[in-house]
Design a protein around this ligand. Structure first.
Ligand code: G
Ligand code: G
Ligand code: MN
Ligand code: NA
Length: 261
């Protein structure tokens, strides 16, 4: 109601902003890139998280222009990081952007993405698009085709929230994904040291399968060093969570990356 009617004007008025949460390599702790997470600075209600307005934006169709805006900002930000890091030993920083199911079915997705990358001058390999597992459940070829085209260009496709309910491991081989993002619930079960042996086996199995399919594994929601260590031993590749950093302004990522250099 109130928020829904205010949404379109909010985009025009520039009330949305993006925080970035770092992704680090579990092996050496260096920064790999960051996930873009959109927020709404509402004039009356203050900062609203995506859970408060993304569902409304999806229902009203605003998610298409909003998602395009998030993608453009994030791609430009990745370029800015790379330029500021030019000449240092830091590997090019990458950016992850969430796509909602409505954006997947929108016919402009591939061309918009190509245009945004070209305008900014960012190599496609520096972009990762995150799609939830549930969005691809039972996906037919028309839905997978744009993702496949983006993957062929070099864009990484990540399966977000992997392992939350619908997991169909056999389905993985027909999806054009290159990254599995293990859901936070797996990380939470690594809280105790040693973790529950069954949970360890499940994560171990997922990581082995992912690697045998040439997928990299990112873990979400890492809050302690013990979790990071167990997930590193299990072979997970990259990690994200409050243990490393909360979502924050773009300049913080640049500082973290330089500290690692
Ligand atoms: O950090 P946080 O509470 O902001 O994220 C909550 C959820 O909102 C995450 O699951 C994330 O996937 C989703 N989200 C954040 N930014 C975007 C966005 O730009 N587009 C879409 N579709 N989802 C987003
Ligand atoms: O895309 P996705 O659903 O994964 O969005 C990440 C969500 O998880 C955001 O809401 C973000 O604020 C939250 N988050 C990120 N790191 C942590 C963490 O270490 N612990 C917990 N509990 N939540 C986290
Ligand atoms: Mn995500
Ligand atoms: Na997620």
């Amino acid at each position: 109601h109130g928020l829904t009617t205010a949404l379109p004007a909010a985009l025009d008025r520039g009330e949305f902003f993006i925080e970035y949460q770092p992704l680090v390599h579990l092996g050496d702790g260096t920064v790999h890139g960051a996930e873009a997470l959109v927020r709404w600075l509402h004039p009356q209600h203050g900062v609203l998280g995506p859970d408060r307005f993304i569902p409304l934006a999806e229902r009203t169709g605003l998610i298409v222009p909003l998602g395009r805006w998030v993608l453009e900002q994030s791609v430009r930000q990745a370029c800015a990081w790379q330029e500021r890091n030019g000449g240092t030993a830091v590997k090019p920083l990458r950016v992850n952007v969430n796509l909602s199911p409505c954006q997947l079915t929108h016919p402009g997705l591939v061309q918009d993405t190509v245009d945004i990358l070209e305008r900014a001058g960012l190599e496609p390999e520096a972009l990762c698009l995150e799609v939830t597992e549930s969005a691809l459940i039972g996906a037919d070829d028309s839905l997978l085709k744009p993702l496949r085209r983006l993957a062929e260009m070099g864009v990484d496709i990540a399966l977000d929230d992997f392992g939350t309910g619908y997991s169909n491991l056999a389905n993985l081989r027909r999806l054009p994904v290159s990254v599995l993002k293990l859901d936070r619930s797996f990380t939470q079960s690594m809280q105790r040291f040693p973790a529950d042996p069954v949970d360890l086996k499940i994560v171990d199995g997922i990581v082995s399968l992912a690697h045998s399919l040439n997928l990299t594994v990112t873990v979400e929601g890492v809050e302690t060093g013990a979790q990071a260590e167990q997930l590193r031993i299990l072979g997970c590749d990259t990690a994200q969570g409050w243990y490393y950093a909360r979502p924050g302004p773009p300049d913080r990522l640049h500082e973290l990356a330089l500290v690692d250099a």
